[in-house]
Structures are given as structure tokens and as C-alpha cells.
Design a binder for this molecule. Structure first.
Ligand SMILES: [Zn+2]
Length: 413
């Protein structure tokens, strides 16, 4: 079902400049208790249906010591997380680049995530395809090999997949984390000096380099996953907009953010033409594509029918701004936090997120000790149909917290 065309649309520029500085402090009741379990009458916080579950479609395990305790302790046991493998980073190893110690976990990331999921039905395993680090994308058999990998992981219990189609910058500064560069190097689509200290950065900046989402073989892989196999794909399709890396794309060289974002929009246009409505929903653009300040491209992606997760975006604490997004595309927004599975901070982290989605519209609350330190989310008031002068569906909260993700996982008709 589409929201009517004259419904409230995104108003990023206006709301971004309006600013929010409420700094309200008040005695806050236990949000978890108020939202999900009982005791709602003891505080004035928002109330989700008792027992209402939450799905977080974007978490990871960055070591082999992850436990499921944090998941099971969060939200009164009503939390399910998709734990996304990062094994595609192992492409650096294939290329002979030394992996820094803090990235060595990626070598067994599929196995670690699969074993985590085996320990709790509240954890779902999303695999990384082996082909992404083992087979050059220039190999004519690449798509077939990738789909064979997909079938094997589905057989092994994977519920979906994860890729890094636009990962061409990394906050750690590690060259091995520039996945687009490594993908191009393995494919042989660039020419890098043997002694280059940052070969992936050098490779992706050459005009001959390609953006994965532009490639027909990549698109056929996506079709095979989200249409033929009807499973979700979480794609890190665009990089941080302030990134300093440069990327080649079909002969032009420019900032990686722009190149990847343009590739994403072209890919979305292809998807709208080639894939069913349900298949397009199963393409989850992680981190909102970092497009929260790019209304034109974000609108293009959403109008094409793709889903976005809210991971680490400014929108996560933007109150009425987030509300605008949910009002305009209620069935295409899912919760994603990027939290480390098992971390002791998980319960507090989810309390903060729930305030951001359900808390009083445009009221800021302070949450110390989340997995990102102190968070100060601003409520989007999704339980109130009329807050911010922007109407949302009366099931908006449920859609974002559970129903939209459940539908991608095939748990609902
Ligand atoms: Zn992530």
C-alpha cells in the first residue's frame, strides 16, 4: 500500500536548519518496563503493545567472544537481531595484504555469526558470500558461484545476506577496509604499483575502476537473492558523505560518496524496472545510505521501493525529521543499530533507540552508558498520530520496530 502522493514528504533542509535544543530533564520511568512489559501506568512514557517484539536488522559480532546474553536481556526478552557477517573483508587476505589484528575476526566471520545464531533463536545469521572475497568479479562465472554460495549458506541456516557494495572509506584509516578498492584489485580493473602502501585506495581512484552496483553481474546476483530466493540483502551501498577517498566509475573520477550514491540511484532505477515490489523491499540500504542530508537521492531510492535502515544516522535522534520519513514511507524503514551482539550495553542502547522512535515528539532524553556512550535521542512520537503536525499511520511504530523487517524475513504474508 502506498502512502497518498500528497502525504507529508521529506523536509530535510527545512528541519535540519531549524535545530533542536530542548535539553529537557525529567525523571524518566524505566523505558523498557513502560514500553514493552508492564507498568506503563506508572509513567507518562509511550506505550507499545505489551509483549510487542522488536527486530534490529543490523548488528555484528566483531570477535569470537560474542554471547547472546545481551540480546536476551534486552527489551524484556522481546528483541530479535540480525547479526551480519563481515567476512567479505577477507578479500584483503586473498590479495596478500596483511590484516591488522583488530580486523582478523573477519576471517571466520561467517562461522562466528552462524554459531552465535545457533545459540539463540533471538539471533538471526546473515551471511557474507564467499565469492565476494574469493572470486574476481571479472570472472564470467562470478554470479553463478555467488549464488551457489548463497544456497549453501541458506542451507546452513542463514536468513539473509550482507555486502559492502559501496564501502570505499573507513574511519579507522585501514586500507584493507576499503572494500571497493579491493574488489577492483581482485578483478584486475586497476593497475597498482607493487610497493604502494595503500593499494586499495590507489586502485579505487583510477578511472577504470567500477562501482559494484553498476555491474550487470552484481545486479543479477541481487536478483537471485531478493527475487528468486526471496531473502533480504543488507547492503552498505554508500559511504560516509564526509569521506576523503576518490573513486572511479565508468571513466569518471570523483568523491567516493558521490560516485557510490549515484550508482545506488541508478541501481534503484534498475531494480524498479526489473524486480517485483516485494523483492525491492528486501534490498535494505544500510545507514540510510548516509543520505539524510541528500533529499533528492534518498527520495529516489525510496520511491524506487527499496528499504532503508536507520543505523548510525543523524535521523536516529532527529525527532520530527525521522517522523517525516516514516510518514512518507511507512513500510520502507527498519530499525538497525550496528550494535555489537552480546555487549553489556545492549539493554541501555535499545532503551535510547526506543525513545528516539517512540518518545514524545521533539523531546530530548539523555541515556548514559549505551553502546555509543551517552546518547541523547529526540523522540519522533510515533505512537502519537498527530505529533509534529505530521500524521503517521496508527501502526507506524509497529511497522518500523517489527512488521517491516518481519515481512522481509518472510514471517508475514
Ligand atoms: Zn554495520
Amino acid at each position: 500500500m502506498r502512502w497518498p502522493r500528497d502525504a507529508p514528504r521529506l523536509r530535510f533542509s527545512v528541519l535540519m536548519s531549524s535545530g533542536v535544543s530542548l535539553g529537557v530533564t525529567r525523571t524518566r520511568c524505566a523505558i523498557v518496563g513502560a514500553l514493552l512489559i508492564a507498568g506503563a501506568s506508572s509513567c507518562r512514557g509511550p506505550v507499545l503493545e505489551p509483549g510487542g517484539p522488536v527486530i534490529d536488522l543490523h548488528t555484528h559480532c566483531m570477535s569470537d567472544t560474542c554471547t547472546v546474553d545481551g540480546v536476551e536481556a534486552s527489551l524484556g526478552g522481546q528483541l530479535t537481531v540480525a547479526a551480519l557477517s563481515l567476512e567479505h573483508y577477507a578479500i584483503a587476505s586473498t590479495l596478500g595484504d596483511p590484516l591488522p589484528d583488530e580486523l582478523r575476526f573477519v576471517l571466520d566471520s561467517n562461522a562466528v555469526h552462524a554459531s552465535l545464531a545457533a545459540r539463540s533463536d533471538q539471533v538471526l545469521f546473515f551471511a557474507s558470500l564467499d565469492c565476494l572475497h574469493e572470486v574476481p568479479a571479472s570472472d564470467p562465472g562470478w554470479t553463478a558461484r555467488c549464488l551457489a554460495d548463497a544456497d549453501a549458506w541458506l542451507e546452513a541456516g542463514a536468513k539473509g545476506f550482507k555486502d559492502h557494495a559501496g564501502k570505499s572509506w573507513d574511519g579507522s584509516g585501514e586500507d584493507v577496509a576499503l572494500w571497493v578498492g579491493a574488489y577492483n584489485r581482485l578483478a584486475g580493473w586497476c593497475d597498482v604499483d607493487a610497493g604502494d602502501p595503500t593499494p586499495n585506495r590507489a586502485c579505487q581512484a583510477q578511472a577504470t575502476a567500477r562501482m559494484p552496483l553498476d555491474e550487470p553481474a552484481w545486479r543479477e546476483l541481487v536478483r537471485g537473492l531478493v527475487e528468486t530466493r526471496a531473502v533480504p540483502l543488507v547492503t552498505h551501498a554508500v559511504d560516509w558523505r564526509e569521506a576523503d577517498t576518490r573513486c572511479g566509475r565508468s571513466g569518471s573520477v570523483g568523491p567516493c560518496f558521490t560516485q557510490a550514491a549515484d550508482a545506488l540511484v541508478d541501481f534503484a532505477t534498475w531494480a524498479e524496472r526489473e524486480l517485483s515490489v516485494e523483492a525491492r523491499r528486501r534490498i535494505v540500504v544500510a545507514h540510510l545510505g548516509f543520505l539524510d542530508k541528500d533529499e533528492a537521492r534518498l527520495t529516489a531510492v525510496l520511491e524506487a521501493g527499496l528499504t532503508v535502515d536507520l543505523t548510525q544516522t543523524a535521523l536516529a535522534s532527529s525527532g520530527c525529521l525521522l517522523r517525516d520519513l516514516v510518514a512518507a514511507y511507512p513500510e520502507q524503514v527498519v530499525l538497525g543499530t550496528d550494535v555489537e551482539v552480546g555487549a553489556a550495553c545492549m539493554p541501555r542502547h535499545y532503551e535510547a533507540w526506543l525513545w528516539g522512535l517512540l518518545g514524545d515528539a521533539d523531546r530530548r532524553e539523555r541515556y548514559p552508558d549505551t553502546c555509543r556512550g551517552t546518547m541523547e535521542p529526540v523522540g519522533a512520537g510515533l505512537l502519537d498520530e498527530l505529533a509534529c503536525d505530521v500524521e503517521v499511520r496508527d501502526d507506524a511504530a509497529r511497522l518500523v520496530l517489527y512488521d517491516n523487517a518481519a515481512r522481509l524475513l518472510g514471517w508475514q504474508p
